[in-house]
Design a protein around this ligand. Structure first.
Ligand SMILES: *[C@@H]1O[C@H](CO)[C@@H](O)[C@H](O)[C@H]1NC(C)=O
Ligand SMILES: *[C@@H]1O[C@H](CO)[C@@H](O)[C@H](O)[C@H]1NC(C)=O
Length: 370
């Protein structure tokens, strides 16, 4: 087939490729600089690149009358205590769904933040407040709750009792003083005693505060295990605690604890655009490299300096022929257009056109070479 129309579209494509590449690289830069600043709770990326998202394992509160989202747990996780004697209730990355009351040694305001607990009678012992700080450590994925009930509660209660007795003894002493004071019946002394009592109270308060600061509180450390079977529901098991009953360890098996590829973030370059960029770069290299080769090695001029000119021109003319055939068959249905009549004249006109263009390009080349 005789090559006819020059592939002008190729040049446009090359230009579009350069423009497209420049445009696509910009959002890429901004997204990498901003994505590191945002930390999503219950989501972690290991240094190895493994990505974990445990949010689907968090039991959620479903408002009354509404349906639970499909696949979301709506009940707290239970872990049997076995020899520990108490069963545990916990949620992952969130407070327990069933609200708790009478939490030992925890402010009332924080009762709704309790993430793990066990019960003795009606008393609730918290193992920590909610947290979404998922930490990957090598092949392990760990979540920790802190700020639970005070450790060694029974010990502390003994302390309190001892303290109370001591206090009583002191007050007894004051009573004695008071007795002797009343004997002297001095008003000033009474006032002094009031002052002293107040000072004592303040001191006690400070002591309490300091105690609060140094008080150890229960915590829960949860280690996650990957379970590839999607049929197995996420389950928690109690591993153990230290002799002081301060640190509690749990193991949770979940399919979401398996390393995943990081999902495509909005704004960054996805696999589709990466492919498009590579494609455009390849086209650009092909066109520019081809032109360079044809000009300097094959010494081609005019449209022939485009790479594989005859091939592309052949494809182009083939498409033109198909178009001609289609339009001519259409023109038979709609005879007024006379499509083939206008096209039948074209070969001569087009080749003359092409010669003119080639001459023009050669002229430009010569001017450029000078
Ligand atoms: C803990 O749970 C198991 C069943 O899961 C039950 O048999 C056992 O009585 C429970 N223990 C306590 C102390 O509630
Ligand atoms: C407790 O939970 C509430 C929301 O339920 C939250 O706003 C608050 O920051 C939490 N407090 C702590 C100490 O985690």
């Amino acid at each position: 087939m005789h090559p006819r129309n020059p592939p002008r579209s190729l040049l446009l494509l090359a230009l579009a490729a350069l423009g497209g590449v420049a445009h696509a690289e910009e959002p890429d830069k901004t997204s990498t600089s901003t994505s590191s600043a945002v930390v999503t709770p219950c989501v972690a990326t290991a240094t190895s690149g493994a990505f974990f998202d445990l949010r689907p394992d968090t039991a959620i509160v479903v408002p009354e009358g509404e349906k639970a989202p499909k696949g979301s747990p709506v009940q707290d996780y239970l872990a049997r205590g076995w020899d520990y004697g108490h069963n545990f209730t916990l949620n992952l990355c969130g407070a327990v769904v069933e609200p708790v009351e009478d939490v030992v040694g925890v402010d009332r305001d924080l009762w709704r933040n309790v993430s793990a607990y066990y019960e003795i009678g009606r008393k609730v012992y918290s193992l920590g407040l909610e947290s979404g700080a998922l930490v990957p450590r090598g092949r392990k994925l760990v979540l920790q709750y802190t700020g639970g009930s005070p450790c060694g509660e029974s010990e502390k209660e003994k302390d309190k009792r001892a303290f109370g007795v001591h206090e009583g003894a002191r007050y007894k002493g004051y009573d004695d003083d008071e007795d002797s004071g009343s004997r002297h019946s001095s008003k000033d002394k009474d006032e002094d005693e009031d002052d002293e009592k107040e000072k004592d109270k303040e001191k006690e308060k400070e002591k309490e505060k300091e105690k609060e600061k140094t008080m150890r509180r229960k915590s829960a450390t949860i280690s996650f295990l990957c379970d590839h079977d999607p049929e197995t529901p996420t389950a928690a098991s109690f591993v153990g605690t230290d002799p002081e009953e301060c640190a509690y360890f749990f193991e949770v098996r979940s399919q979401h604890a398996c390393a995943m590829a990081e999902p495509h973030k909005p704004g960054s370059v996805g696999p589709g655009s990466v492919f498009a960029i590579i494609f455009f770069i390849a086209v650009a290299v092909y066109v520019l490299g081809g032109v360079f080769y044809q000009r300097n090695v094959a010494h081609a001029r005019g449209w022939r300096q485009l790479p594989n000119y005859s091939l592309w021109a052949g494809i182009w003319s083939f498409l033109v022929d198909i178009f001609t055939i289609l339009t001519s068959s259409c023109s038979r249905i709609i005879p007024r257009r006379r499509g083939y009549h206008t096209l039948s004249r074209s070969p001569n006109g087009r080749s003359r056109n092409r010669d003119d263009e080639n001459r023009l390009i050669d002229q430009l080349d010569e001017e450029w070479d000078d």
